[in-house]
Design a protein around this ligand. Structure first.
Ligand code: SF4
Ligand code: SF4
Length: 185
């Protein structure tokens, strides 16, 4: 979630405001809700409410996201205020400069948009998908068009590289290491 723009330090807010990857369906498909929160959520989060096994969540992309959170100064879900990605944590611990954090965000947005454009071009569609929705669509594809084999291979390669970069830069080091371990024989 685009973090708590009121409570977090100004420099963190400046990083989040240009990002939104945790709200727009790039990093996650859904966000976890706390028990009992359902009754006090903003309307568009309730619209996206789902129960997954024992977990209560709302689906992403969030309907309040429009380039940035449009209700950042209003009541949101707890996770919206509490979530801080690894990039923000690294920045707050002085392990990464503001310029580097900004560059990681802008490169991630650019690469993501390039992948979405490639998808639209290959399938000649003009639908607005999030990155995670695109991955789901690709996963559902049982008989990919034979004449698009090369383009699809390129798209898949880009998606894999992008997912690795997202994990490396925005998720925890533990997640990144477990991904590397799972690829080593
Ligand atoms: S992914 Fe991180 S930097 Fe981007 S909006 Fe979310 S918390 Fe902020
Ligand atoms: S309300 Fe939506 S857009 Fe705003 S911080 Fe929460 S998830 Fe992000």
């Amino acid at each position: 979630m685009a973090s708590n723009l009121i409570e977090n330090p100004v420099s963190e807010q400046q990083i989040c405001i240009k990002c939104g990857l945790c709200c727009d369906g790039t990093l996650f498909e859904h966000a976890a809700l706390q028990a009992g929160e359902h009754g006090s959520l903003p309307e568009k989060i309730v619209d996206n409410y789902r129960k997954l096994k024992d977990e209560e969540v709302f689906l992403l992309p969030c309907h309040y996201f429009d380039g940035k959170c449009t209700i950042y100064d209003q009541k949101k879900a707890v996770v919206c205020s509490a979530f801080r990605c690894q990039l923000l944590k690294d920045f707050s611990m002085g392990q990464i400069s503001k310029d580097n954090a900004d560059k990681i965000v802008s490169d991630a947005l650019k690469f993501r948009d390039e992948i979405l454009e490639l998808y639209k071009c290959i399938f000649e569609v003009d639908t607005k998908l999030s990155f995670r929705e695109l991955l789901n669509e690709m996963g559902k594809m049982t008989a990919p068009p034979i004449e698009k084999t090369k383009e699809l291979a390129l798209l898949k390669a880009k998606c894999n590289i992008y997912e690795t970069l997202l994990i490396k830069n925005f998720k925890s080091i533990k997640t990144f290491e477990s991904m590397i371990d799972s690829t080593v024989e």
